[in-house]
Design a protein around this ligand. Structure first.
Ligand SMILES: C=CC1=C(C)c2cc3[nH]c(cc4nc(cc5[nH]c(cc1n2)c(C)c5CCC(=O)O)C(CCC(=O)O)=C4C)c(C)c3C=C
Ligand SMILES: [Fe+2]
Length: 420
């Protein structure tokens, strides 16, 4: 469908224009013909046609019903100026807004526009509906060093994560100046989004590391059934949910929390966690359930009840032993063990081929959102890293922390508050 109705880019740079159209010259008025179909009512339809608005008070992809696929990317910003960084964020905003409605990244589309220039969209999503695509942007601690004059804008909550006991982080899987989380129910749509945003960034930011995920490992709304992780257990049962009134205070940065440009934003922590599934698969069901603290079939707490029953950590069985083991994951991650702290989890399973020993390189790409990582992810992970029986089957190899600013509007691109 012909489209030129997307909101104009605020202050579009010549450089950005070139990036969006590839490396060539953009000719005015040529070839507005081929693009994808706009979904009429964002969020009102489900399935492949589902579409969530990019613009809004908060970024989408946080409390949005978790989609089934992920492409996550961390970028390093090149040797550019602060105003070129601002232009990059404006160009990303423009393209992200289009792609989440099912349009191509640029106004011409993959098979139109100036014939002697590269197309402004790569084309692999041309015939595909938006499939619930959300694109969520974040800023890593390193963005606030001395390169862009942003040191004074670094929120106190955007801490450098401490070294946790047992961490086996690999340098090439850690950090990043910027991140983009693309989620969709169609893997090709998520990959198309990251590919095009990366293409638009050419010369301004480059990929540092990236991760594909399949199979969500959380539910973020009450309507969603609980999925399973690669240990075969239901994951996401006790997650924060979009509909619950208390979720907002645990997820969104509130006025007075610190850096005012982050009000309405959130903090994302990512951990690439390798799961030694071959060892797990040789472990008895009794031991698997002891480690998790829930039943494998129903996902009910070992203290009894059904999936959504509250765990009773005081309940005891034979010889007065606690029914939910003191080292079980569920007990140690529970708010009652962590000063009331809770997380909105939004992770994905991954399998990245196999290692030299013939074991699947599999695990969970853990993502969580929160109002303040100093009071949420850090203490919970410290507790787990020290005491969790699950550690025997886990290895944390990648890590990232990012400030996720509030949502953009048609005239205020993502991260505009950094440059006020
Ligand atoms: C620091 C936070 C967490 C990490 C890292 C983490 C890794 C991890 N978790 C599972 C599997 C399950 N986790 C479950 C519950 C759960 N996990 C965390 C936090 C982290 N998990 C929290 C806060 C909770 C909820 C605790 C509660 O309030 O009851 C469960 C049980 C089902 C559920 O509630 O989701 C499973 C199963 C894996 C495999 C893993 C690393 C690979
Ligand atoms: Fe967990």
């Amino acid at each position: 469908m012909t489209d030129d109705s997307a909101p104009a880019r605020p202050g579009l740079s010549r450089r950005g224009l070139l990036g969006l159209a590839g490396a060539g010259v953009v000719g005015a008025g040529i070839g507005f013909g081929i693009d994808r179909v706009v979904t009429p009512e964002a969020g009102a339809v489900s399935g492949a046609a589902a579409s969530y608005p990019f613009y809004g008070e908060h970024q989408s992809g946080i409390v949005t019903a978790a989609q089934d696929r992920l492409h996550f990317a961390a970028f390093d910003v090149s040797d550019i100026t602060a105003s070129e960084l601002e232009e990059l964020l404006a160009d990303w905003t423009y393209a992200a807004n289009r792609m989440t409605t099912g349009l191509g990244a640029g106004k011409y589309g993959p098979a139109s526009g100036p014939y002697d220039s590269p197309p402004d969209d790569t084309g692999e999503a041309l015939d595909l509906p938006p499939s619930g695509l959300t694109i969520t942007f974040g800023f890593g601690p390193s963005l606030f060093d001395d390169r862009f004059g942003l040191a004074g804008k670094r929120p106190d909550a955007l801490v450098d994560l401490p070294h946790f006991p047992g961490d086996a982080l690999v340098d090439t899987l850690v950090g990043g100046d910027l991140c983009i989380q693309a989620c969709s129910d169609d893997p090709q749509v998520a990959v198309h989004a990251i590919r095009n945003l990366s293409r638009i960034a050419f010369g301004r930011a480059s990929l540092r590391w990236s991760q594909l995920g399949f199979g969500r490992t959380s539910s973020t709304t009450r309507a969603q059934a609980t999925p399973r992780n690669l240990f075969g257990f239901k994951d996401g049962t006790a997650n924060l949910r979009a509909e619950d009134a208390e979720t907002a205070k645990d997820v969104w940065v509130q006025p007075g929390d610190g850096a005012s440009w982050m009000t309405g934003g959130s903090y994302l922590v990512s951990r690439k966690i390798r799961m030694t599934i071959e060892t797990w698969d040789r472990t008895s069901l009794r031991e698997q359930e002891r480690v998790v603290g829930r039943t494998k079939g129903e996902g009910a707490p070992l203290s009894g009840g059904t999936e959504f029953s509250e765990p009773d950590f005081d309940a005891t069985g034979r010889a007065d032993a606690p029914l939910i083991d003191t080292a079980s994951h569920v007990r140690l991650a529970h708010p009652s063990m962590n000063d009331g702290a809770a997380l909105l989890r939004r992770g994905y399973n991954f399998v990245d081929g196999n290692d030299d020993l013939g074991r699947l390189n599999a695990g969970l790409f853990f993502i969580c959102f929160q109002r303040d990582p100093r009071a949420q992810f850090v203490p919970i992970q410290l507790q787990l890293a020290k005491n969790d029986a699950m550690n025997e089957y886990l290895r944390h190899v990648g890590s990232g922390i990012f400030a996720v600013p509030p949502g953009a509007t048609a005239d205020r691109p993502i991260g505009a508050g950094l440059f006020d």
